[in-house]
Design a protein around this ligand. Structure first.
Ligand SMILES: C[S@@+](CC[C@H](N)C(=O)[O-])C[C@H]1O[C@@H](n2cnc3c(N)ncnc32)[C@H](O)[C@@H]1O
Length: 246
């Protein structure tokens, strides 16, 4: 890491993180005379400190690993074990670790009782209404977590009408994937995610993951929900590159 001035608290935190995380770089404190300090402060660009990022409700490691590759400390949390061995994973209820001094959280709460296709079933099965209320309470809790920067991701559904409209809707085809899947983002303390690689055809194009009628091509299987819910790597990389660099 190039030289930069750290407060005692920052230095302590940096040391703890370097001990935890293999991607972190080592920091050697140096003592300099005040005149040298002036030279350093004025001539050397201040580097971005690595952030502590929590990726809530993620078993795949897609977003966590993108932040790790970008040089941050990132941990994922899910009730399920992680599919990727790269980084730290908390297999627990995320509500138990929300106050662990995170700088940013990217959250992917379950959409089964919130998304438009799931809500369709609420008319036939009234007992699902209670589960929708519980899912909304979970989303509210995540959005109000004590973390300065939050991005919460979900498909189109009732969060928009019951909590608030999303700040933006992104598509995998804006990030280099020949796929269509409207993904809403609710943001706190973060700028809009900019497209990185927009494929030709725009909104109207039929994508590789769609049938001629616009449905998702994936056949029914036990793993279908998992495959469908995994974050596209182009979107994960854009989050890490753009939001990890503020
Ligand atoms: C729609 S999936 C998100 C998958 C994610 N996009 C990924 O790439 O791994 C929602 C996930 O939330 C997890 N989950 C549900 N309730 C949770 C809780 N209270 N704490 C932590 N994870 C939870 C589920 O196990 C599920 O894996």
């Amino acid at each position: 890491m190039p030289l930069t001035w750290l407060t005692n608290t920052q230095r302590k935190r940096w040391k703890n993180e370097t001990a935890l995380h293999p991607h972190a770089q080592t920091f050697t404190p140096v003592r300099l005379r005040p005149s040298h300090r002036h030279w350093l402060v004025t001539r050397i660009p201040v580097v971005q400190l690595s952030m502590r990022v929590l990726v809530a409700c993620e078993y795949s490691g897609a977003v966590r690993d993108a932040f790790l590759r970008a040089g941050h400390y990132a941990a994922s949390c899910d009730l399920l074990p992680s599919d990727s061995p790269l980084g730290d994973h908390y297999q627990c209820d995320v509500r138990d670790i929300l106050d662990h001094d995170w700088d940013m959280m990217v959250a992917h709460p379950p959409c089964t009782y919130l998304c438009s296709s799931g809500l369709h079933w609420n008319k036939r099965r009234p007992e699902r209404a209670q589960q929708t209320e519980e899912a909304l309470a979970f989303v509210r809790l995540l959005l109000e977590a004590p973390v300065p920067r939050i991005a919460l991701e979900n498909p189109i559904g009732c969060i928009s009408t019951r909590i608030r409209k999303p700040d933006q809707v992104v598509q995998p085809w804006q990030y280099g994937h020949d796929a269509s899947k409207a993904t809403c983002l609710w943001l706190k303390g973060l700028p809009l995610l900019q497209p990185t690689d927009v494929l030709p055809g725009g909104k109207g194009a039929r994508r590789a993951n769609q049938t001629p009628s616009g449905q998702n091509r994936l056949p029914p299987s036990a793993d279908r929900w998992k495959i469908r819910s995994e974050t596209y790597s182009g979107i994960a990389d854009a989050m890490a590159q753009q939001w990890g660099n503020l």
